[in-house]
Write a protein that binds this ligand. Structure first.
Ligand code: ADP
Length: 994
C-alpha cells in the first residue's frame, strides 16, 4: 500500500491533498465508492471541489473523449488529439455535440447556469456514501431517496461512450415525454436515471455519429430496449437546460425487465464489484503498472498531466476499482472496449483491461512524439537553410557579386545584345536565346551552369556587326605612314592601293599582306602604323613556336577550362569586327602533335573560307572577311606553301647606310631624345659620328641595334647634362634626390669600366663657381667621330674588309642570310706541288651544296685554264686548299660558284683580281651562270664594303633594276651569263688600261 501511495505522491509533487492518505482505503469493500461531495458544484465550504469540475474558461472545460471530433476515428481518440482540438478551437462546437460527451470536468456556460440548481441534486447524491463517509465530510446532507433505492429508472441511451462512475456526461434529449419525465423525477426528489450505451445497429454496418444520433431520437420502447447494452450506469440528473441534460455517473446497473414503453422505464439490479483482497499482490502489481504507464504517458502529454493532477488532488477515495475506471475513462479506447471495462465486475480483470488500453495509449504517444520530433527537425533544418541562403544573398549583394542570381545574369546578357540586336546574325541570336533559356533551367551550383554562363559571356561580348569607320583618305594615310617610317615605299604603296580600292568600292575587303625581311627593319611597327592609317583597331599575336591548334581554333566547350581561339579573343579585346591583325613570326609556326596549326591558320586567313570561320568553342560561324591580316616573317621559304600561296609578300630587304642615316636622324633620334627628356638644342650629333655609328657599330640590315645605340648615347647625354646641373625648370618627371644619386654613381662606375675618358668631366670635382662658368660650355653636348667611343664603347666591327686590296687567290663573294646580306671572302692556296698531285681540300663549315660547288669550281677552273694556257699544269700538279673565313659560321648555297672559280684561277695565274670587285652567281659544269636570290641585300652588303664593281647573273638584271636609285647609285654592275665574261672582268684590268 505504501508503494502505491508513493507513486501517487510522485505524480502530484506540488501539494498532495491531505485527504489522499487517509481516504485511500475504501471503507466498504465491494461497493463502488462514489464520493458524492467530489461532484458538488459551487460549494462555498469547499472551493477546491468546485475547482475539480470547473476551469477558468469555458473552452478549456471540454476534456471530452468524443469521437465526434473526428467522426469515424474512434480508435485514435486520444487525449492528445483532444488537446489539439482545444487549441484549434474545434471544441467550440461542443455545445451542439455535447450530447455525446463525457466530461471529466465541466464548466461550460450552461453548466455554470445550471450549477446552482444542480447543487441540491448533488447534495442528494452525496447521500450515496456510507455513514462513516458522511461523518467525515461536513458537506454531506442525507436526503431521500438514496441511489440504492432506485430500482426502477428511466433508461437513457448514450451513443458514444458509456458513462463511468465519477464522470460527467451531457446528453441531449429530444423526446419531450422523456424530458418531462426527467423533470418530474427531479421534482419528486428522485433525480436518477439509467445511462446505457447503445449497441451497433445490426442492419447497417456504418456506425457513424449521424446514424447514432438518428437512432437515439427515433428508437422507442421495445426497439430501444433491444439496442441498449444491459449494463449501464446509475446517473444523477445534475441539471436540465432546455434539452440538455447533465448526468453524473454513480454506480453500475443491469436491466432486468421493462416497466413501461414510453418513456422507456426499466427495472434494474445494482451491481457490485466482486470482492477482492486489498493486499493481493497481483492486483497491487497490476495497479502499479497502470500508474507507471500513466506516468510514461504523462511525460509526453501535458493534457494527461492535467487530468491526473486534478483527479489525484481531488478524488479523496482512490481505490483499485476507481483507478481502473479512471484509466478507461480518460484513455482513447473505443466504446466497445470501454463498455467491456464497465461490464467487468472482477477488479483484477478490470485493471488488466485498463492496463491494456493504457499501454496502447503509451505506444500511440511514443509514435506521436517521434512524428513531432521528425517534423520539428525538418522544419528547423529548412529554416536554417533558408536563413543561411538569405544571408549569403545579402553578402553577395553587398560585395557586388550577384553572379549566382540567374535573373540578374540574364538581364546583363540581354542588356549587352539589345542595343545592336539587328546587327547580330540570326543564327547567333538563336543560339543566344536558347542558351538564355537553358541558363534559367540549370541549377546555379552545377558545372553545366558555369559552362553556359561563360559561353553566353563570350557570345554576347563579341562585336557582332560593329565596324570602325574606315579612313579612305589616301593623302591622310600617306601622311600617317610617312610620319612613322622612312622609306618602305613598297609597303606604303600597297597600303595606299588598298585604301584607293576601298574608296572606289565603298567597302574594304580583308587581305593578307606578308612582310618579310630581317629583324629590326620595321615589319611590326609598320603594321601598327598601317592600322593607324586605316583607322582600324590593332591586334598582334605571335605564332612563333605555336603547336596547339586550339590556340587558333579554340577548345571544345566540353573541356574543363575551355577557351576560344586567338581570333575570338582578339575580337573581344578590340571591340570591332574589322581590326588589323598582325600575325607575327609566321615562318616559325610550330608543328602540332595533334593537328597542324598551319592548316588551322589557313582557315583563318583564307579569304575564301574566313567569312564563315568556325571556332570550336563558339560553335557558331563568325565573319572575318573584313579583317585585314598582316603577317611577318624572316624567311619566306619557311612559310607553309598553302599559306604563302594566299599571301601578298612584300619583302623588306634591309637598309643601306644612307637610309639608316635618314632613319636615325628623322625617327630614332627624335624618339630617343623625347624618351630621355632632352631638348633638341642641347645635343648635336654630327653626320660623321652617325655615319661611323652605322658603319662601325650597326652594320646589320635592320635598325634595331642602331636604335639601341642611339638610346644609349642619349641616356649618357642625359646623365652628363644632369651632372652639369642643366636641369629643366619644371622637370617632366620629378626624380627623387636619393634615387638620382644612386643612378649617378652607377653610371660613373660603368663609365670608368668601359670608357677611357680622355678628359674627365670637370663639374664633379671643380669648385662650384667654375662649374657654373663651364655650364654654358657644356649646355650643348657635341658628339662627333672623336668622342663617339665615349658613349658607345669601342667599335664592334673593325672592318668587314679584311684585305685591302685582295691578294692572289682571294676573291670577295656576296652572301645572303636571314639577317640580311653580307660579303665573304673565298681564299685558296697551294699546299703541295708535284706530278699528279692535283686535288682540292675544303674548309670553313661548308654545307653539302657549297662543297659540291667547290668541286665544280675546281673542274671548271681547270677547264678554263686548259683553254687559256694549255701548257699550265697548275691544277694537275697542285694540292689546293679552299677556305671560307668566319669558320664559326655555317654556310651553304650554290651562289659562291663563280667566286670560287675566280679565286682558283687567280691562284693558278698568280694574278690578283681587280680591286673592289665582288661577285655572286651559281655556275654549271659548262660555265653557265645561273641566277641567285637576295639581290638587294647583296647589293647593300657590297656597298657597305665599299665595293665598286659587282657581277650578278644576267637573269638577275630585272631584280637589280627594281632597286631604289640610292641603292644602285655609284655602282658598276655587270650582268653575265657565261663565266668567260667574269674572267675578262676580273683579270682583264691591265688590258683595259692598255
Ligand atoms: P621587326 O618587326 O622587323 O623585327 P620592328 O618593327 O620591331 O622590327 O622595328 C624595330 C624598330 O626600328 C622600331 O622601333 C621601328 O620604329 C624602327 N624602324 C624600323 N624601320 C623603320 C623605318 N623605316 N623608319 C623609322 N623607324 C623604323
Amino acid at each position: 500500500m505504501k508503494g502505491f501511495e508513493t507513486h501517487l505522491l510522485r505524480l502530484q509533487p506540488s501539494s498532495p491533498p491531505p485527504s489522499l492518505s487517509n481516504g485511500f482505503l475504501p471503507q466498504r469493500q465491494g461497493v463502488t465508492n462514489l464520493k458524492v461531495p467530489n461532484f458538488r458544484l459551487r460549494s462555498p465550504s469547499s472551493p477546491s471541489m468546485l475547482k475539480l469540475f470547473s476551469s477558468s474558461t469555458a473552452s478549456r472545460a471540454h476534456h471530452h473523449l468524443s469521437p465526434a471530433i473526428r467522426p469515424g476515428a474512434s480508435s485514435v481518440e486520444s487525449p492528445f488529439f483532444k488537446a489539439l482540438s482545444h487549441l484549434t478551437g474545434l471544441n467550440r462546437r461542443s455545445t451542439s455535440l455535447g450530447g455525446r460527451r463525457v466530461f471529466f470536468c465541466s464548466d461550460n456556460a450552461s453548466d455554470a447556469a445550471a450549477a446552482a440548481a444542480a447543487e441540491a441534486e448533488a447534495k442528494a447524491a452525496e447521500s450515496d456514501s456510507d455513514g462513516a463517509d458522511a461523518k467525515s465530510s461536513s458537506a454531506i446532507v442525507p436526503t431521500n431517496p438514496r441511489p440504492e433505492d432506485c430500482l426502477t429508472v428511466l433508461a437513457l441511451p448514450v451513443a458514444h461512450r458509456p458513462l463511468f462512475p465519477g464522470f460527467y456526461m451531457p446528453i441531449y434529449v429530444k423526446d419531450p415525454k422523456v424530458l418531462a419525465a426527467l423533470q418530474e423525477s427531479r421534482r419528486r426528489q428522485a433525480p436518477y436515471a439509467g445511462a446505457f450505451l447503445l449497441k451497433d445497429d445490426p442492419s447497417t454496418d456504418s456506425s457513424s455519429s449521424t446514424d447514432m444520433e438518428k437512432n437515439i431520437n427515433e428508437l422507442k420502447g421495445k426497439d430501444l430496449l433491444k439496442r441498449l447494452h444491459e449494463v449501464g450506469t446509475l446517473a444523477q440528473i445534475s441539471s436540465i437546460q432546455g434539452d440538455q441534460v447533465i448526468l453524473v455517473g454513480h454506480r453500475r446497473l443491469r436491466i432486468t425487465e421493462m416497466v413501461s414503453e414510453e418513456p422507456l422505464t426499466v427495472k434494474v439490479d445494482h451491481l457490485k464489484d466482486k470482492p477482492f483482497d486489498m493486499d493481493d499482490d497481483v492486483i497491487k502489481a497490476t495497479s502499479f503498472e497502470v500508474i507507471s504507464t500513466l506516468r510514461d504517458v504523462l511525460k509526453t502529454s501535458s493534457l494527461w498531466r492535467d487530468h491526473v493532477q486534478t483527479y489525484t488532488q481531488h478524488i479523496g477515495e482512490f481505490t483499485y476499482p476507481r483507478l481502473a475506471d479512471f484509466g478507461a475513462a480518460i484513455c482513447g479506447a473505443n466504446r466497445h472496449q470501454a463498455q467491456e471495462v464497465l461490464e467487468e465486475l472482477d477488479v483484477h480483470k478490470r485493471l488488466r483491461l485498463t492496463l491494456e488500453l493504457m499501454k496502447k495509449e503509451r505506444e500511440i504517444s511514443k509514435i506521436q512524439e517521434t512524428i513531432a520530433k521528425a517534423i520539428e527537425e525538418k522544419i528547423s533544418g529548412e529554416q536554417r537553410r533558408y536563413l543561411l541562403n538569405e544571408q549569403l544573398k545579402a553578402i553577395k549583394k553587398e560585395l557586388g557579386v550577384e553572379t549566382d542570381d540567374k535573373s540578374a545574369l540574364s538581364e546583363k546578357f540581354k542588356e549587352r545584345i539589345d542595343p545592336n540586336k539587328e546587327k547580330i546574325p540570326a543564327h547567333v541570336l538563336q543560339v543566344i536565346e536558347e542558351e538564355l533559356t537553358k541558363l534559367q533551367l540549370l541549377e546555379a551550383s552545377s558545372s553545366e551552369f558555369n559552362v553556359t554562363r561563360n559561353y553566353l559571356d563570350w557570345l554576347t561580348i563579341l562585336p557582332w556587326g560593329n565596324y570602325s569607320d574606315e579612313n579612305f583618305d589616301v593623302v591622310r594615310a600617306q601622311q600617317i605612314l610617312d610620319e612613322d617610317h622612312y622609306g618602305l615605299s613598297d609597303v606604303k604603296e600597297r597600303i595606299l592601293e588598298f585604301i584607293a580600292v576601298g574608296r572606289l568600292r565603298g567597302t574594304s575587303q580583308g587581305k593578307i599582306i606578308c612582310l618579310s625581311g630581317p629583324p629590326g627593319v620595321g615589319k611590326t611597327s609598320i603594321g601598327r602604323s598601317i592600322a593607324r592609317a586605316l583607322n582600324r583597331k590593332f591586334f598582334r599575336f605571335s605564332v612563333g613556336g605555336l603547336a596547339d591548334v586550339a590556340e587558333i581554333k579554340g577548345h571544345r566547350r566540353t573541356y574543363v577550362g575551355a577557351m576560344p581561339g586567338k581570333m575570338v579573343q582578339c575580337l573581344k579585346s578590340v571591340g570591332t569586327a574589322n581590326p588589323l591583325v598582325l600575325i607575327d613570326e609566321i615562318d616559325k609556326l610550330g608543328r602540332g602533335h595533334a593537328g597542324d596549326p598551319a592548316s588551322a591558320l589557313l582557315e583563318l586567313l583564307d579569304p575564301e573560307q574566313n567569312a564563315n570561320f568556325l571556332d570550336h568553342y563558339l560553335d557558331v560561324t563568325i565573319d572575318l572577311s573584313k579583317v585585314l591580316f598582316v603577317c611577318t616573317a624572316n624567311v619566306i621559304d619557311m612559310i607553309p606553301n598553302p599559306l604563302l600561296d594566299r599571301m601578298e609578300v612584300i619583302s623588306i630587304a634591309g637598309y643601306i647606310t644612307d637610309e639608316k642615316v635618314h632613319i636615325a636622324r628623322d625617327y630614332l633620334e627624335k624618339t630617343a631624345r623625347g624618351d630621355c627628356g632632352i631638348k633638341p638644342e642641347q645635343v648635336e650629333v654630327s653626320d660623321a659620328a652617325l655615319l661611323s655609328l652605322i658603319e662601325n657599330y650597326c652594320r646589320e640590315a635592320g635598325v634595331r641595334n642602331l636604335q639601341k645605340q642611339i638610346e644609349k648615347i642619349y641616356r649618357k647625354i642625359a646623365l652628363k647634362l644632369v651632372r652639369e646641373g642643366v636641369v629643366p625648370e619644371e622637370p617632366a618627371v620629378a626624380v627623387d634626390a636619393e634615387e638620382a644619386e644612386i643612378v649617378t654613381k652607377l653610371d660613373v662606375e660603368s663609365t670608368e669600366n668601359h670608357v677611357v675618358e680622355e678628359s674627365p668631366a670637370p663639374a664633379a670635382k671643380e669648385p662650384k663657381e667654375e662649374a657654373q662658368n663651364e655650364k654654358k660650355a657644356v649646355e650643348k653636348v657635341m658628339i662627333d667621330e672623336s668622342n663617339l667611343a665615349d658613349y658607345v664603347g669601342k667599335p664592334v666591327f673593325h672592318a668587314e674588309k679584311i684585305y685591302e686590296p685582295t691578294p692572289v687567290g682571294v676573291v670577295m663573294g656576296l652572301a645572303w642570310t636571314s639577317m640580311g646580306g653580307s660579303t665573304l671572302y673565298i681564299e685558296t692556296t697551294v699546299v703541295e706541288e708535284g706530278e699528279g698531285k692535283g686535288c682540292l681540300n675544303v674548309t670553313g663549315q661548308l654545307g653539302d651544296v657549297m662543297k659540291e660547288s667547290a668541286q665544280i669550281a675546281h673542274t671548271v677552273a681547270r677547264k678554263i685554264m686548259l683553254e687559256k694556257e694549255p701548257e699550265n699544269q697548275f691544277f694537275a700538279n697542285s694540292k689546293l686548299h679552299l677556305h671560307v673565313p668566319a669558320g664559326a659560321t655555317p654556310k651553304d648555297g650554290p651562289s659562291a660558284g663563280c667566286t670560287m672559280i675566280t679565286s682558283l684561277l687567280s691562284l693558278a695565274m698568280k694574278k690578283p683580281v681587280q680591286k673592289d670587285l665582288a661577285m655572286t652567281g651559281e655556275v654549271t659544269l659548262t660555265g653557265r651562270i645561273l641566277p641567285i636570290g637576295g639581290v638587294k641585300e647583296k647589293t647593300i652588303a657590297a656597298r657597305r664594303s665599299q665595293v665598286k664593281t659587282i657581277i650578278f647573273p644576267e637573269a638577275n638584271r630585272r631584280d637589280f633594276d627594281e632597286l631604289a636609285e640610292n641603292v644602285k647609285e655609284g655602282l658598276d654592275v655587270h650582268f653575265v651569263d657565261d663565266y668567260g665574261k667574269i674572267f675578262d672582268l676580273a683579270f682583264g684590268y691591265d688590258k683595259q688600261q692598255d
